[in-house]
Design a protein around this ligand. Structure first.
Ligand SMILES: Cc1cc2nc3c(=O)[nH]c(=O)nc-3n(C[C@H](O)[C@H](O)[C@H](O)COP(=O)(O)OP(=O)(O)OC[C@H]3O[C@@H](n4cnc5c(N)ncnc54)[C@H](O)[C@@H]3O)c2cc1C
Length: 406
């Protein structure tokens, strides 16, 4: 009976197990999860969970009966220590070895930390796991002062949740605006305005030199301009680091923070695949490698990896996709663009109901985003897929249907 080992118990790991059974794999499935929890989805941690609208069971991928009914050997609290690709074995934390025929790496990411004085004080948080989210949820109350280091997605989403709870929020962002590295200056500024309009004290082009500490607890931030910001709770939200050490130590090719895989998600070892945040995958239509830390890859790549494991050659062709919810702004983004490329807005930006397109030098749409509009994503994707130059004035005009431009 062949054995498939899945290393990493996040969404990508759980979806790999699901795809194996859906695609009628009848052998052994071993799923190793470093966390003690059943695999769960992370996007709600900074959104509905903090808003009190969802609890862990609502975003647990599968409930315990599902693992039993589908004969998935789940190993919670088990961090795989090593892979020997030559011997086809995994080393478990207690030193025992387990054989596999194929392995799927889904080890995801962890929060990046910062090395400044005070970073290890009580009251300093990061947000990656349900345990982190519970700690933040307990700490943030009406009137508490929250200092957020980093105006990226997680920092902004937590800021929105904290403001909705009546906390005072300061965000300190080193770049000139929020989300600069993802969306560029003009679209990033839309999010900066949104937060300022909701009472966030947003300090841009400013670093944090020190987390101020009183009796072992964080009590504020000292900024690079020497200003001091009082804070009872500090969230360090400065991005994620992918967990590629296991793959690297196993001798697999690793580049740009990800396990190098081809379009079938197979690594440099033919019996090892990688999915989710750690997959640095060749994208057949974009013609380049893509590694994104997006929920959609963790959701959709596993079925493709499994098809290939089971001998049905398939490529992963989905365009990158992500979403966010902050206050009353909901957004979806598809494609991949240099955030510094020219943008075209379409619709009511001030009223926060609009589309944005990122164009390349040849006037082709590389990425697009819909904000509080929910029926244009297919049109955006069609424009990206068409890959033909578009007329920017027509693109900006809501009276011109997108499908006439593709
Ligand atoms: C707070 C938050 C909000 C987010 N919001 C959004 C959003 O709105 N939209 C969006 O597109 N994306 C969002 N993301 C990103 C999205 O959640 C990730 O892209 C997704 O979780 C990736 O799934 P994964 O399974 O690849 O990795 P992970 O979810 O990181 O899971 C990997 C798991 O593997 C475990 N592991 C690591 N090493 C080992 C080992 N050696 N042995 C066993 N287990 C191991 C880890 O502990 C972890 O539990 C958010 C992320 C966070 C943290």
């Amino acid at each position: 009976m062949p054995t498939i080992a899945i290393i990493g118990g996040g969404l990508a790991g759980a979806k790999t197990a699901e795809a194996l059974r859906e695609q009628d794999f009848d052998g052994d499935v071993q799923l190793f999860c470093a966390e003690e929890h059943l695999p769960y989805e992370r996007p709600p941690l900074s959104k509905e969970f903090l808003a009190g609208k969802k609890t862990l069971p609502d975003f647990t991928v599968h409930h315990p009966d599902w693992y039993r009914d589908n004969r998935i050997d789940l190993h919670p609290g088990t961090r795989v220590a090593a892979i020997d690709t030559g011997a086809h074995t995994l080393t478990l934390p207690d030193g025992t070895e387990m054989g596999y025929d194929s392995a799927v790496l889904a080890t995801g990411s962890r929060s990046r930390t910062i090395d400044i004085p005070g970073a290890d004080a009580a009251g300093v948080h990061t947000l990656r796991t349900i345990d982190d989210a519970r700690a933040l949820d307990e700490a943030i109350t009406e009137g508490s002062r929250v200092g957020i280091i980093g105006g990226g997605w997680i920092g902004l989403e937590v800021a929105a949740g904290a403001r909705e709870r009546g906390a005072q929020v300061t965000i300190v962002e080193a770049a000139s605006t929020t989300l600069l590295g993802s969306l560029g200056a003009e679209v990033g500024a839309v999010f900066a305005d949104l937060h300022r309009a909701h009472g966030v004290d947003l300090r841009t082009s400013t670093g944090v030199a020190e987390i101020l500490v009183d009796s072992g607890r964080a009590c504020g931030l000292r900024l690079s301009d020497d200003a001091e910001v009082p804070a009872d709770i500090v969230l360090v939200a400065v991005g994620a680091i992918s967990n590629v050490e296991l793959a690297r130590d196993a001798g697999l090719d690793v580049a740009d923070g990800g396990v190098v895989v081809d379009a079938s998600l197979r690594s440099s070892d033919p019996d090892v695949y990688a999915v989710g945040d750690i997959a640095n995958a060749q994208h057949p239509t974009l013609g380049r490698r893509v590694r994104t830390e997006h929920w959609a890859n963790a959701l959709n790549q596993p079925a493709v990896a499994v098809r290939n494991i089971l001998g049905k050659p398939t490529e992963y062709t989905n365009l990158p996709y992500f979403f966010t919810d902050q206050y009353d702004l909901g957004m979806e983004y598809a494609g991949l663009a240099d955030p510094g490329s020219p943008v075209v807005f379409r619709g009511d930006v001030a009223g926060r109901e609009f589309l944005v397109f990122w164009l390349d030098d040849d006037q082709r749409v590389r990425a697009g985003m819909q904000v509080n509009i929910w029926d244009q994503l297919d049109g955006i994707k069609a424009l990206i897929a068409a890959g033909t130059p578009v007329d920017a004035a027509a693109l900006a005009d809501p009276a011109v249907a997108l499908d006439t431009l593709a």
